[in-house]
Design a protein around this ligand. Structure first.
Ligand code: NI
Length: 233
């Protein structure tokens, strides 16, 4: 709980500084001692794995970002509501996990828009940031995207090895402050790995925040259509 309050204060200070009204120690100074990192989970929600992950994150006071596949949302509404209620960021991973790297503008709008619609009907209006499957949209189509896009800087290829220990080691060897870590909450091994990663990195002074929080804490003003790979200012 304390972490959430401190985080809230840091983020409030950032908005105050942005208005130029506060001469006190800025958020950059506060943030210097703390290392922030963002865990992101793609391809869910999935019963049996996502709920276990949510329990573990709650027990550890850790926030994360979930990029959801639209067609899996209706059958898993209670998991999506939990993500929102427990302070996680919810994003869009297209309706049917469509590769957007060479998709037509019409297909991109449809895949992204349909997922936005179901999220809005379930959670209300808001900005649902996009992680395009495989991290790419076709060149020139950035104008179609009305939200910030999120890639990653640490990819342990958890879907390939499905090996908890390998995933943990790959992340620990590559993580840095402001990393965005890519995992998939549809594999039991990835859930186990994620919770181990939180335990180990928390000991080393890392705080687990959402992607949006990571960018704001670093003074970044997220732009629609831009792709963010980490939280480095
Ligand atoms: Ni995916």
């Amino acid at each position: 709980m304390e972490k959430r309050i401190l985080l809230f204060l840091s983020l409030s200070l950032i908005s105050l500084t942005a208005c130029g009204t506060t001469p006190v120690a800025g958020p950059a100074e506060m943030a210097e001692d703390i290392k922030y990192v963002a865990l992101t989970f793609d391809d869910g929600p999935r019963k049996g794995t996502t709920d276990r992950l949510l329990n573990g994150l709650r027990d550890r006071d850790a926030s994360a970002t979930f990029f959801l596949v639209g067609e899996q949302i209706e059958a898993n509404q209670e998991l999506v509501a939990r993500m929102r209620d427990e302070g996680h960021q919810i994003g869009n991973h297209t309706w049917s996990h469509q590769r957007l790297a060479d998709a037509s503008p019409a297909l991109i709008s449809q895949e992204v828009g349909r997922t936005e619609e179901i999220l809005e009907s379930l959670l209300g209006g808001g900005e649902y940031w996009l992680r395009p499957p495989y991290g790419l949209v076709s060149p020139g189509s950035e104008d179609l995207i009305t939200v910030p896009m999120v890639k990653w800087s640490v990819d342990p290829r958890d879907w390939e090895s499905r090996d908890t220990e390998k995933v943990v080691q790959a992340v620990l060897q590559n993580v840095q402050p402001n990393s965005i870590i890519l995992l998939h909450d549809i594999y039991p091994t990835s859930v186990d790995a994620a919770l181990r990663i939180v335990d180990v990195l928390a000991e080393k002074g890392y705080w687990f925040v959402t992607v949006k929080e990571l960018l704001l804490l670093n003074g970044i003003d997220p732009q629609a259509g831009a792709m963010y790979r980490n939280g480095n200012p």
